[in-house]
Design a protein around this ligand. Structure first.
Ligand code: ZN
Length: 328
């Protein structure tokens, strides 16, 4: 039952959308925007954010040989062929250390949307700290009670499966929190686990120097991705304005160039709102990226460009998925 419903939905959508999208593609060649986060080999990756260097290199070679490649910030209005754009979210150190050399080796342009807080303070992204404390700690207690929206809620946390379920619930709770609440929850969880906040080389954000190296590449454009990677829809208009505008200002100060593109943290339609879109326009961004699948056409809202998430696929799976992207 739980398996059937999404499958049925997908086939219905495909039956309805595929012929329509094929027709629209003839009228206006679309751009498929790909969304990556990391190029790394990870032992544990519960959010499925990393693509291995070997798979990434093969994917980039396939793109270079198969499609015209455009930049996210380009004017796509006059394209005569369907094209692909590559983007990265968040600002992990491996973007500069592992992705950039491969992009340069093959000659693929990419836009990197960077969260400025973790770069400035060299703090971990909160989901990795959560993963480390909840899933990585050997001394976690067998049960935990937390206050969530004014009510006490308990989780059994004795076995691996229970801890993973607890971690998944916490990811959703933390997405709705602002940076201050997330920090205090993490501090509380560290206490439960008898753990300390430790620097972490594996999951770190770029340093400012690494970001400068990245942005000096002719193939690279840097865009903004807020200061604290908070879900904009959960914030007040003032807090949203600060997240959006301050990330632009900080990047411009570091890189000494205009930053004209933005991507919404998490990026689903429920993660930002009409106010967030208006604030992006007001802050002076020319284009913004979302995180739901779709094609970008001449008539698409430039402040809600759809993107397709890429996973750690072999080039064969990547090629097959890409074929599907042209009709979704
Ligand atoms: Zn992000």
């Amino acid at each position: 039952m739980t398996e059937l419903a999404p499958k049925l939905r997908r086939s219905l959508r495909s039956a309805l959308c595929t012929p329509l999208n094929r027709l629209l593609n003839l009228v206006d060649p679309p751009v498929i925007v790909l969304l990556y986060h990391r190029v790394a080999e990870l032992a544990s990756d519960p959010e499925l954010l990393a693509v291995s260097p070997d798979n990434f290199r093969a994917q980039m070679r396939y793109l270079k040989e198969t499609f015209p490649l455009v930049r996210f910030e380009d004017d796509w209005g006059k394209l005569s062929h369907p094209a692909v754009a590559v983007t990265f979210d968040d600002g992990y150190a491996d973007n500069a250390l592992a992705a950039l050399p491969i992009l340069e080796e093959i000659g693929v342009p990419a836009t990197f949307f960077v969260t400025t807080g973790p770069v400035a303070e060299q703090t971990r992204f909160w989901w990795h700290e959560l993963e480390r404390v909840v899933l990585g700690s050997g001394s976690f207690p067998p049960g935990v009670t937390l206050e969530v929206r004014g009510r006490k809620k308990s989780w059994p946390t004795a076995g691996d499966a229970q801890r993973l379920a607890f971690y998944r619930d916490l990811v959703e709770i933390m997405k709705d929190a602002d940076a201050e609440e997330r920090d205090s929850r993490l501090a509380q969880l560290r206490l439960f686990a008898g753990d300390e906040d430790r620097p972490c080389a594996l999951h770190r954000a770029m340093t400012v120097d690494e970001l400068r190296v990245l942005s000096r590449s002719e193939l690279v454009t840097v865009g903004a991705h807020t200061v604290t990677h908070s879900r904009l829809a959960a914030l007040s208009p003032e807090a949203q304005r600060e997240e959006i505008a301050a990330s632009k200002t900080k990047l411009q100060e570091w890189l000494d160039r205009e930053v004209t593109t933005f991507s919404y943290p998490y990026g689903k339609r429920s993660d930002y709102g009409a106010r967030s879109v208006a604030l992006c326009r007001e802050a002076g961004f020319a284009k913004a990226a979302a995180n739901f699948p779709g094609q970008a056409h001449r008539w698409s809202d430039p402040y809600q460009i759809p993107r397709h998430l890429v996973r750690n696929w072999t080039v064969e799976v990547f090629a097959e998925r890409l074929r599907g992207f042209w009709t979704r």
